[in-house]
Design a protein around this ligand. Structure first.
Ligand code: ITT
Length: 202
């Protein structure tokens, strides 16, 4: 039987990241009734996989099995060419300060300093988003989207979240931190992944 998502289905959004949660809600665009993992009090599983798809599947599976409902999860991050793809799946971890807080100004500085240490002039980077939909105790479907761009230092703009201020997508004049959210939703790694998911499931 083909896996399908009917409009109006109740979906659990497995993310605990508010920036991502609002982007996923915008992409789902009122088609589904969305419950959040936070509101349901679901635990955050350890992200132990080495790939975006592996971690997205792990998070969707955990949320679906714990809630008994179909769940959608995103695992994403920034891969910097001069750093051999880092921070990659560790993008959230690079934002952890010695005091245990999450601080993306700190993470963006860390990226800038790490690139400077390589001596490379290459500022190219790629955002990845893997989206996974899991049925409780059942199937899972995963897709991945990417967007290429250039890093700019210092970062620009206060919109979006995470590494958005330093990411200038190819062919654009504004960073993800500057551009209208609707524009980001049209071209982002998450939008590319979502289009694949829609083709597979809706
Ligand atoms: P969940 O696991 O609860 O979904 P998380 O923030 O821990 O939330 P990830 O492990 O996937 O999620 O971490 C990815 C990090 O990469 C995330 O914290 C962001 O800072 C960054 N990131 C992902 N997508 C981004 C985007 O569209 N714009 C800017 N930064 C992004």
């Amino acid at each position: 039987m083909a896996l399908q998502l009917e409009f109006g289905t109740v979906l659990v959004s497995a993310t605990h990241n508010p920036g991502k949660a609002s982007e996923i809600a915008a992409l789902l665009d009122g088609r589904f009734e969305v419950l959040t993992a936070g509101a349901l009090g679901l635990p955050e599983p350890d992200e132990v996989e080495q790939t975006f798809v592996g971690n997205a599947v792990l998070k969707a599976r955990a949320a679906a099995d714990a809630s008994g409902r179909i769940a959608i999860a995103d695992d994403s991050g920034l891969a910097v060419a001069a750093l051999g793809g880092a921070p990659g799946v560790l993008s959230a971890r690079w934002a952890e300060t010695p005091e245990g807080a999450r601080d993306f100004a700190f993470a963006m500085d860390k990226v800038e300093q790490a690139i400077a240490r390589t001596g490379s002039a290459d500022r190219s980077a790629r955002f990845h988003s893997a989206l996974a939909v899991a049925w409780p105790q059942g199937a899972v479907v995963a897709v991945e989207g990417t967007v290429d761009g250039t890093l700019v230092f210092p970062g620009r703009g206060t919109r979006g979240f995470g590494y958005d201020p330093i990411f200038l997508p190819q062919g654009e004049t504004e960073t993800f931190g500057e551009m209208d959210p609707a524009r980001k939703h049209a071209i982002s790694h998450r939008a590319v992944a979502f289009a694949k998911l829609r083709a597979a499931l809706f």
